[in-house]
Design a protein around this ligand. Sequence first.
Ligand SMILES: *Cc1c(COP(=O)(O)O)cnc(C)c1O
Length: 388
Amino acid sequence: MAKDRPGLNTICTHIGEIEDTQFHGAVSPIYPSSSYAFMDVDVKRYPRYFNTPNQEYLAKKIAALEHAEAAMIFGSGMAAISTTMLSFLKAGDHVVVQKDIYGGTRNLIEEHFANFNIDYSFTDGLGIAHFESAMTDRTSMIYIETPSNPLLKLVDMFAVAKLAKNNNCMTVIDNTFATPIIQNPIDFGIDLVVHSATKYFGGHSDICAGAVAGSQEHMDSIWRMAKSLGGSLSDYTVWLLERSMKTLVVRFKAQQRNARKLANYLNGHEAIERVYYPGLDNHPSHEIAVSQMRGFGAMMSFDLIDSIDAKAFMNALKLIKPSMSLAGIESTVLLPAVASHALLTPEERKSQGIGDNLIRFSVGIESRRDLEADLEQAIVAVSQGALN
Ligand SMILES: *Cc1c(COP(=O)(O)O)cnc(C)c1O
Protein backbone atom coordinates (compact mmCIF):
# COMPACT_ATOMS: atom_id res chain seq x y z
CA MET A 1 0.00 0.00 0.00
CA ALA A 2 2.93 2.34 0.69
CA LYS A 3 4.06 2.07 -2.92
CA ASP A 4 1.20 3.96 -4.48
CA ARG A 5 1.12 6.64 -1.80
CA PRO A 6 2.73 9.94 -2.81
CA GLY A 7 5.81 11.07 -0.85
CA LEU A 8 5.36 13.08 2.35
CA ASN A 9 6.24 16.40 0.74
CA THR A 10 3.82 15.78 -2.12
CA ILE A 11 1.03 14.91 0.33
CA CYS A 12 1.74 18.09 2.28
CA THR A 13 1.86 20.28 -0.81
CA HIS A 14 -0.98 18.85 -2.87
CA ILE A 15 -3.30 16.26 -1.33
CA GLY A 16 -6.67 17.78 -0.48
CA GLU A 17 -6.23 20.89 -2.60
CA ILE A 18 -9.46 22.40 -3.84
CA GLU A 19 -9.16 23.29 -7.50
CA ASP A 20 -10.08 26.86 -8.33
CA THR A 21 -12.19 26.02 -11.39
CA GLN A 22 -13.50 29.55 -11.75
CA PHE A 23 -10.28 31.58 -11.88
CA HIS A 24 -7.60 28.87 -11.98
CA GLY A 25 -5.65 30.32 -9.08
CA ALA A 26 -2.76 28.33 -7.61
CA VAL A 27 -4.22 27.66 -4.17
CA SER A 28 -7.45 26.36 -2.65
CA PRO A 29 -10.20 28.99 -2.48
CA ILE A 30 -11.81 29.62 0.92
CA TYR A 31 -15.48 28.66 1.12
CA PRO A 32 -16.73 30.54 4.15
CA SER A 33 -20.46 29.87 3.68
CA SER A 34 -22.39 28.76 6.73
CA SER A 35 -25.44 28.15 4.58
CA TYR A 36 -25.59 25.79 1.61
CA ALA A 37 -28.33 24.57 -0.71
CA PHE A 38 -30.27 21.61 0.66
CA MET A 39 -32.41 20.61 -2.32
CA ASP A 40 -31.07 18.16 -4.87
CA VAL A 41 -27.63 17.89 -3.24
CA ASP A 42 -25.65 14.80 -2.23
CA VAL A 43 -24.21 16.30 0.93
CA LYS A 44 -25.96 18.67 3.30
CA ARG A 45 -23.09 20.97 4.15
CA TYR A 46 -22.84 23.03 7.32
CA PRO A 47 -19.75 24.14 9.30
CA ARG A 48 -20.74 22.22 12.45
CA TYR A 49 -21.26 19.09 10.36
CA PHE A 50 -17.53 19.20 9.65
CA ASN A 51 -18.22 19.03 5.92
CA THR A 52 -17.67 22.43 4.37
CA PRO A 53 -15.36 22.13 1.34
CA ASN A 54 -12.30 23.41 3.20
CA GLN A 55 -12.85 21.09 6.16
CA GLU A 56 -13.58 18.08 4.00
CA TYR A 57 -10.58 18.55 1.72
CA LEU A 58 -7.95 19.37 4.33
CA ALA A 59 -9.03 16.23 6.21
CA LYS A 60 -7.86 14.23 3.17
CA LYS A 61 -4.33 15.58 3.63
CA ILE A 62 -4.29 14.55 7.31
CA ALA A 63 -5.74 11.12 6.53
CA ALA A 64 -3.07 10.57 3.86
CA LEU A 65 -0.28 11.61 6.23
CA GLU A 66 -1.56 9.27 8.95
CA HIS A 67 -2.17 6.30 6.59
CA ALA A 68 -5.82 6.48 7.63
CA GLU A 69 -9.03 6.05 5.66
CA ALA A 70 -10.48 9.30 6.94
CA ALA A 71 -9.85 12.27 9.21
CA MET A 72 -11.65 15.23 10.76
CA ILE A 73 -10.43 18.67 11.75
CA PHE A 74 -11.43 20.28 15.04
CA GLY A 75 -11.32 23.68 16.71
CA SER A 76 -8.54 22.58 19.09
CA GLY A 77 -6.55 19.54 20.06
CA MET A 78 -8.73 19.13 23.14
CA ALA A 79 -11.91 19.27 21.01
CA ALA A 80 -10.48 16.40 18.97
CA ILE A 81 -9.42 14.44 22.07
CA SER A 82 -12.61 14.94 24.11
CA THR A 83 -14.88 14.20 21.15
CA THR A 84 -12.91 11.07 20.29
CA MET A 85 -13.01 9.68 23.81
CA LEU A 86 -16.68 10.50 24.34
CA SER A 87 -17.60 8.94 21.00
CA PHE A 88 -16.64 5.49 22.27
CA LEU A 89 -16.71 5.47 26.08
CA LYS A 90 -20.05 4.67 27.69
CA ALA A 91 -21.20 4.72 31.29
CA GLY A 92 -19.69 1.70 33.03
CA ASP A 93 -16.70 1.49 30.69
CA HIS A 94 -13.13 1.68 31.90
CA VAL A 95 -10.23 3.34 30.07
CA VAL A 96 -6.54 2.71 30.67
CA VAL A 97 -4.61 5.94 30.32
CA GLN A 98 -0.87 6.28 30.08
CA LYS A 99 0.81 8.00 32.99
CA ASP A 100 2.45 11.29 31.87
CA ILE A 101 -0.07 12.54 29.36
CA TYR A 102 -0.80 16.07 28.26
CA GLY A 103 -2.22 18.08 31.19
CA GLY A 104 -5.43 19.07 29.39
CA THR A 105 -6.23 15.44 28.62
CA ARG A 106 -5.52 14.51 32.21
CA ASN A 107 -7.86 17.28 33.42
CA LEU A 108 -10.62 16.12 31.05
CA ILE A 109 -10.43 12.64 32.55
CA GLU A 110 -9.93 13.53 36.21
CA GLU A 111 -12.40 16.38 36.37
CA HIS A 112 -15.22 15.07 34.18
CA PHE A 113 -15.22 11.34 33.57
CA ALA A 114 -16.78 10.53 36.97
CA ASN A 115 -19.83 12.59 35.93
CA PHE A 116 -20.31 10.29 32.96
CA ASN A 117 -19.70 7.22 35.11
CA ILE A 118 -16.65 6.38 33.02
CA ASP A 119 -13.98 4.69 35.08
CA TYR A 120 -10.26 5.13 34.39
CA SER A 121 -6.82 4.07 35.57
CA PHE A 122 -3.55 5.83 34.91
CA THR A 123 -0.72 3.35 34.43
CA ASP A 124 2.09 3.26 37.01
CA GLY A 125 4.72 3.31 34.28
CA LEU A 126 5.11 3.09 30.53
CA GLY A 127 6.13 -0.56 30.11
CA ILE A 128 3.61 -2.94 28.58
CA ALA A 129 3.27 -4.76 31.93
CA HIS A 130 2.00 -1.50 33.44
CA PHE A 131 -0.72 -1.36 30.81
CA GLU A 132 -1.58 -4.99 31.28
CA SER A 133 -1.97 -4.70 35.03
CA ALA A 134 -4.20 -1.62 34.69
CA MET A 135 -6.76 -3.49 32.53
CA THR A 136 -10.08 -4.64 33.98
CA ASP A 137 -12.81 -6.69 32.35
CA ARG A 138 -14.61 -3.44 31.57
CA THR A 139 -11.67 -1.80 29.81
CA SER A 140 -12.75 -0.71 26.36
CA MET A 141 -10.02 1.78 25.44
CA ILE A 142 -6.29 2.32 25.92
CA TYR A 143 -5.09 5.88 25.50
CA ILE A 144 -1.40 6.67 24.93
CA GLU A 145 0.85 9.59 24.02
CA THR A 146 4.33 8.82 22.73
CA PRO A 147 6.73 10.62 22.97
CA SER A 148 5.33 12.09 26.17
CA ASN A 149 5.54 15.62 27.50
CA PRO A 150 7.94 16.80 28.91
CA LEU A 151 10.37 13.87 29.37
CA LEU A 152 9.98 12.35 25.90
CA LYS A 153 9.23 8.91 27.31
CA LEU A 154 8.13 6.32 24.79
CA VAL A 155 5.52 3.61 24.72
CA ASP A 156 5.80 0.51 22.54
CA MET A 157 2.89 1.09 20.14
CA PHE A 158 2.91 -2.40 18.67
CA ALA A 159 2.75 -4.03 22.12
CA VAL A 160 -0.11 -1.76 23.21
CA ALA A 161 -2.06 -2.42 20.01
CA LYS A 162 -1.61 -6.17 20.49
CA LEU A 163 -2.69 -6.05 24.13
CA ALA A 164 -5.76 -4.06 23.12
CA LYS A 165 -6.73 -6.44 20.29
CA ASN A 166 -6.41 -9.44 22.62
CA ASN A 167 -8.81 -7.73 25.01
CA ASN A 168 -11.29 -6.31 22.51
CA CYS A 169 -10.27 -2.74 23.25
CA MET A 170 -9.71 0.18 20.99
CA THR A 171 -6.56 2.28 21.05
CA VAL A 172 -6.08 6.03 20.75
CA ILE A 173 -2.75 7.81 20.47
CA ASP A 174 -1.86 11.48 20.76
CA ASN A 175 0.71 11.84 17.95
CA THR A 176 1.30 15.56 18.41
CA PHE A 177 4.97 15.42 19.41
CA ALA A 178 6.11 12.94 16.76
CA THR A 179 3.87 13.94 13.83
CA PRO A 180 3.25 11.55 10.92
CA ILE A 181 6.52 12.78 9.44
CA ILE A 182 8.38 10.36 11.73
CA GLN A 183 5.71 8.13 13.27
CA ASN A 184 2.65 6.37 11.80
CA PRO A 185 0.78 4.68 14.66
CA ILE A 186 -1.86 3.14 12.38
CA ASP A 187 0.86 0.99 10.78
CA PHE A 188 1.49 -0.47 14.25
CA GLY A 189 -2.18 -1.36 14.76
CA ILE A 190 -3.32 1.71 16.71
CA ASP A 191 -6.94 2.58 15.85
CA LEU A 192 -7.17 6.34 16.16
CA VAL A 193 -4.62 9.14 16.00
CA VAL A 194 -5.35 12.52 17.58
CA HIS A 195 -3.40 15.74 17.14
CA SER A 196 -3.11 19.17 18.54
CA ALA A 197 -2.74 20.89 15.16
CA THR A 198 -1.90 23.98 17.22
CA LYS A 199 1.60 22.54 17.37
CA TYR A 200 3.61 21.21 14.38
CA PHE A 201 0.71 21.10 11.89
CA GLY A 202 0.13 24.83 12.40
CA GLY A 203 3.78 25.41 13.15
CA HIS A 204 3.79 29.22 13.31
CA SER A 205 2.22 29.73 16.76
CA ASP A 206 -0.81 31.45 15.25
CA ILE A 207 -3.48 28.75 14.91
CA CYS A 208 -5.45 26.67 17.41
CA ALA A 209 -6.77 23.46 15.85
CA GLY A 210 -7.00 19.70 16.27
CA ALA A 211 -7.47 16.55 14.21
CA VAL A 212 -8.38 12.87 14.43
CA ALA A 213 -7.63 10.17 11.87
CA GLY A 214 -8.67 6.52 11.62
CA SER A 215 -10.89 4.04 9.81
CA GLN A 216 -14.03 5.28 8.07
CA GLU A 217 -16.15 3.28 10.51
CA HIS A 218 -14.53 4.90 13.55
CA MET A 219 -14.68 8.33 11.96
CA ASP A 220 -18.43 7.88 11.33
CA SER A 221 -18.93 7.30 15.06
CA ILE A 222 -16.80 10.31 15.91
CA TRP A 223 -18.76 12.44 13.44
CA ARG A 224 -22.05 11.59 15.16
CA MET A 225 -20.68 12.83 18.49
CA ALA A 226 -18.75 15.72 16.94
CA LYS A 227 -21.78 17.38 15.37
CA SER A 228 -23.49 17.33 18.78
CA LEU A 229 -20.51 18.66 20.72
CA GLY A 230 -19.88 21.24 18.01
CA GLY A 231 -16.10 21.63 18.12
CA SER A 232 -15.58 22.46 14.45
CA LEU A 233 -12.99 24.90 13.13
CA SER A 234 -13.75 28.07 11.16
CA ASP A 235 -13.02 27.74 7.43
CA TYR A 236 -10.74 30.76 7.58
CA THR A 237 -8.52 28.92 10.03
CA VAL A 238 -8.86 25.64 8.14
CA TRP A 239 -7.43 27.46 5.15
CA LEU A 240 -4.53 28.84 7.22
CA LEU A 241 -3.89 25.35 8.50
CA GLU A 242 -3.77 24.05 4.94
CA ARG A 243 -1.23 26.71 4.06
CA SER A 244 0.85 25.81 7.11
CA MET A 245 0.77 22.11 6.40
CA LYS A 246 2.32 22.56 2.96
CA THR A 247 5.65 23.20 4.68
CA LEU A 248 5.21 20.67 7.50
CA VAL A 249 7.91 18.31 6.26
CA VAL A 250 10.55 20.94 5.56
CA ARG A 251 9.87 22.74 8.83
CA PHE A 252 9.85 19.60 10.91
CA LYS A 253 13.01 18.21 9.36
CA ALA A 254 14.89 21.48 9.83
CA GLN A 255 13.78 21.58 13.47
CA GLN A 256 14.74 17.95 13.95
CA ARG A 257 18.22 18.53 12.45
CA ASN A 258 18.79 21.39 14.88
CA ALA A 259 17.45 19.34 17.78
CA ARG A 260 19.77 16.45 17.13
CA LYS A 261 22.85 18.69 17.14
CA LEU A 262 21.73 20.69 20.15
CA ALA A 263 20.98 17.49 22.08
CA ASN A 264 24.57 16.42 21.44
CA TYR A 265 25.85 19.83 22.53
CA LEU A 266 23.84 19.79 25.78
CA ASN A 267 24.54 16.13 26.51
CA GLY A 268 27.78 16.10 28.42
CA HIS A 269 27.86 19.87 28.96
CA GLU A 270 29.11 20.55 32.49
CA ALA A 271 26.11 22.78 33.30
CA ILE A 272 23.62 20.11 32.28
CA GLU A 273 22.74 17.25 34.57
CA ARG A 274 20.84 15.24 31.99
CA VAL A 275 19.28 15.52 28.53
CA TYR A 276 16.04 13.78 27.59
CA TYR A 277 16.00 13.23 23.82
CA PRO A 278 14.97 9.91 22.25
CA GLY A 279 17.79 10.20 19.71
CA LEU A 280 20.51 9.97 22.36
CA ASP A 281 21.58 6.41 23.03
CA ASN A 282 21.53 7.13 26.79
CA HIS A 283 17.76 7.76 26.56
CA PRO A 284 15.95 4.93 28.41
CA SER A 285 13.65 4.26 25.43
CA HIS A 286 16.17 4.79 22.65
CA GLU A 287 15.60 1.21 21.39
CA ILE A 288 11.84 1.69 21.18
CA ALA A 289 12.48 4.98 19.38
CA VAL A 290 14.59 3.24 16.76
CA SER A 291 11.99 0.49 16.33
CA GLN A 292 8.95 2.72 15.77
CA MET A 293 10.10 6.20 14.70
CA ARG A 294 11.88 7.36 11.54
CA GLY A 295 13.48 10.27 13.37
CA PHE A 296 13.63 11.60 16.91
CA GLY A 297 11.73 14.85 16.60
CA ALA A 298 12.48 18.37 17.72
CA MET A 299 11.37 18.36 21.35
CA MET A 300 13.72 17.69 24.24
CA SER A 301 14.13 18.46 27.91
CA PHE A 302 17.17 18.91 30.09
CA ASP A 303 17.98 19.28 33.78
CA LEU A 304 20.31 22.13 34.67
CA ILE A 305 22.75 21.31 37.48
CA ASP A 306 21.43 22.26 40.94
CA SER A 307 23.67 25.29 41.36
CA ILE A 308 22.02 27.04 38.42
CA ASP A 309 18.73 28.84 38.96
CA ALA A 310 16.39 27.73 36.17
CA LYS A 311 14.39 30.97 36.09
CA ALA A 312 17.57 33.05 35.89
CA PHE A 313 18.73 30.83 33.03
CA MET A 314 15.48 31.36 31.13
CA ASN A 315 15.72 35.12 31.68
CA ALA A 316 19.31 35.14 30.45
CA LEU A 317 18.35 33.62 27.08
CA LYS A 318 18.14 36.28 24.40
CA LEU A 319 17.06 34.49 21.24
CA ILE A 320 15.16 31.54 22.70
CA LYS A 321 11.90 32.73 24.25
CA PRO A 322 10.14 31.37 27.33
CA SER A 323 6.73 30.33 26.00
CA MET A 324 3.80 28.21 27.13
CA SER A 325 3.20 26.50 23.80
CA LEU A 326 5.55 24.59 21.53
CA ALA A 327 6.43 23.34 18.06
CA GLY A 328 6.50 26.70 16.28
CA ILE A 329 9.34 27.58 13.91
CA GLU A 330 10.78 29.73 16.71
CA SER A 331 12.70 28.04 19.52
CA THR A 332 11.05 28.25 22.93
CA VAL A 333 11.67 26.99 26.45
CA LEU A 334 9.35 26.27 29.35
CA LEU A 335 9.77 25.35 33.00
CA PRO A 336 7.25 22.53 33.53
CA ALA A 337 7.37 22.91 37.34
CA VAL A 338 5.94 26.44 37.17
CA ALA A 339 3.95 26.20 33.92
CA SER A 340 2.52 23.06 32.30
CA HIS A 341 2.84 20.93 35.46
CA ALA A 342 2.30 23.63 38.09
CA LEU A 343 -1.04 22.13 39.16
CA LEU A 344 0.56 18.86 40.20
CA THR A 345 1.79 18.57 43.79
CA PRO A 346 5.59 18.57 44.19
CA GLU A 347 5.31 14.85 45.07
CA GLU A 348 3.38 14.10 41.87
CA ARG A 349 5.95 16.02 39.86
CA LYS A 350 8.74 14.15 41.56
CA SER A 351 7.07 10.80 40.86
CA GLN A 352 6.94 11.77 37.17
CA GLY A 353 10.60 12.80 37.20
CA ILE A 354 9.86 16.50 36.69
CA GLY A 355 12.39 18.42 38.77
CA ASP A 356 12.46 22.16 39.52
CA ASN A 357 15.43 22.59 37.18
CA LEU A 358 13.89 20.78 34.23
CA ILE A 359 13.68 22.86 31.04
CA ARG A 360 11.53 21.77 28.11
CA PHE A 361 13.06 22.90 24.85
CA SER A 362 11.07 23.18 21.62
CA VAL A 363 13.67 23.57 18.91
CA GLY A 364 12.90 25.89 16.00
CA ILE A 365 14.38 26.56 12.58
CA GLU A 366 16.82 29.34 13.49
CA SER A 367 20.49 28.86 12.56
CA ARG A 368 21.79 26.17 14.86
CA ARG A 369 24.96 28.03 15.81
CA ASP A 370 22.91 31.03 17.00
CA LEU A 371 20.79 28.75 19.19
CA GLU A 372 23.88 27.07 20.60
CA ALA A 373 25.54 30.44 21.22
CA ASP A 374 22.42 31.66 23.03
CA LEU A 375 22.33 28.61 25.30
CA GLU A 376 26.07 28.97 25.99
CA GLN A 377 25.95 32.69 26.85
CA ALA A 378 22.96 32.11 29.17
CA ILE A 379 24.77 29.28 30.96
CA VAL A 380 27.88 31.44 31.39
CA ALA A 381 25.78 34.38 32.60
CA VAL A 382 24.08 32.39 35.38
CA SER A 383 26.87 30.02 36.41
CA GLN A 384 28.95 32.61 38.32
CA GLY A 385 31.91 30.42 38.90
CA ALA A 386 29.82 27.30 39.49
CA LEU A 387 31.58 25.75 36.51
CA ASN A 388 35.29 25.32 36.24
C1 LIG B 1 -1.14 21.18 23.10
C2 LIG B 1 -1.39 19.74 23.21
C3 LIG B 1 -2.70 19.23 23.28
C4 LIG B 1 -3.92 20.11 23.34
O1 LIG B 1 -4.09 20.82 22.16
P1 LIG B 1 -4.87 22.21 22.07
O2 LIG B 1 -4.77 22.55 20.63
O3 LIG B 1 -4.17 23.17 22.99
O4 LIG B 1 -6.27 21.97 22.52
C5 LIG B 1 -2.86 17.85 23.33
N1 LIG B 1 -1.80 17.03 23.33
C6 LIG B 1 -0.53 17.48 23.27
C7 LIG B 1 0.59 16.50 23.28
C8 LIG B 1 -0.28 18.84 23.21
O5 LIG B 1 0.98 19.29 23.17
